[in-house]
Design a protein around this ligand. Structure first.
Ligand SMILES: NC(=O)c1ccc[n+]([C@@H]2O[C@H](COP(=O)([O-])OP(=O)(O)OC[C@H]3O[C@@H](n4cnc5c(N)ncnc54)[C@H](OP(=O)(O)O)[C@@H]3O)[C@@H](O)[C@H]2O)c1
Length: 282
């Protein structure tokens, strides 16, 4: 698994493992332990997933060198603004039981993002965070925030899969070397996507399953996918994508599946209101 260079010159694995909605009742620790054993080296969590502790436990118990595992977490809206972000970063470090986080993201584009970003930039200087980035930022939202930043975001983690390919955003971000990370890389397991006839035919041709074809498409597009899986077969299967390649014609067939929209519009004021009301601590 060759790593990818970010715009801050730091290396990141090309594929990750996400733990959104994986409860911290032992399930998260078990899933991350399984993922590490299967060979994943990038784990994607967030303060708002309430499972940073389980991720930290799995990493500590894995016996794998800390430097070998790439940990991403995200600051929640409640902790935006300069002062609150400083505390939020320390809370993530404490929950994870780590003395640095490889990549830390602004989870949502609402509230005092600029103040939070300043705290994140300082945490980079202090060695608490290695790389910093954003999530759920559209072209318009990036256009607003980039001039206020001293360190450019290394990534923007957005909804992305063959039905929602984010072509305009990816073209815009390429100017700044901002890498796309994909959430819902498998459409959250969407049945229509997972049984799409074009993808099913490619899976048959390649001797792989549809999930593996989709993840291979992400890799060949230069997108870092963060599939989530709790079943052992999915955990193991989703990393078994380095022994085949999609041809130019295969990639063109998948390009034609783009609908230009996903399930979540970060610019919808209703989403801003709903997510801003979600609290993760007192
Ligand atoms: N930044 C953000 O705002 C944001 C938002 C959402 C998600 N995320 C990140 O993105 C990650 C992925 O998102 P997600 O978990 O919602 O969606 P996903 O990875 O697209 O889909 C996960 C679902 O697909 C199933 N699955 C996994 N591999 C499969 C395969 N090979 N074939 C068929 N089904 C398969 C899983 O089932 P099993 O569990 O049964 O194996 C699970 O139900 C999250 O965990 C999180 O880290 C970030």
């Amino acid at each position: 698994m060759d790593s990818i260079k970010l715009n801050d010159k730091k290396a990141i694995p090309p594929l990750g493992f996400g733990v959104f909605m994986v409860p911290d009742d032992g399930t998260c620790e078990k899933a991350v332990s399984g993922a590490l054993a299967a060979g994943y080296r990038l784990i994607d969590t967030a303060a708002a997933y309430m499972n940073e502790q389980g991720v930290g436990r799995a990493i500590r118990h894995s016996g794998i060198d800390r430097e070998e595992v790439y940990v991403t977490s995200k600051l929640w809206i409640q902790d935006y603004g300069y002062k609150a972000a400083k505390k939020g970063i320390d809370r993530s470090l404490e929950n994870l039981g780590l003395d640095y986080i490889d990549l830390y993201l602004i989870h949502q584009p609402y509230g005092d993002v600029a103040g939070a970003w300043k705290a994140m930039e300082e945490a980079v200087q202090e060695g608490k965070l290695r790389s910093i980035g954003v999530s759920n930022h559209t072209v318009r939202l990036l256009g607003e925030i980039l001039p206020k930043m001293e360190i450019l975001p290394a990534v923007d983690q957005v909804e992305c899969n063959p039905y929602c390919q984010q072509r305009e955003l990816r073209k815009y971000m390429a100017r700044y070397g901002i890498r796309t990370e994909a959430w819902y890389p498998l459409g959250h397991g969407d049945k229509k996507l997972m049984t799409d006839p074009v993808l099913t035919a490619l899976a048959e041709k390649c001797g792989k399953d549809v999930g593996q074809v989709i993840l291979r498409w992400h890799l060949q597009e230069g997108i870092i996918p963060l599939p989530k899986a709790t079943s052992d077969s999915h955990i193991r299967g989703n990393i078994d994508i380095f022994d085949f390649a999609l041809s130019d014609a295969d990639m063109a067939a998948i390009a034609a599946l783009d609908t230009g929209k996903g399930t979540h519009d970060p610019e919808d004021p209703a989403n801003a209101q709903r997510l801003s009301a979600f609290r993760i601590h007192d």
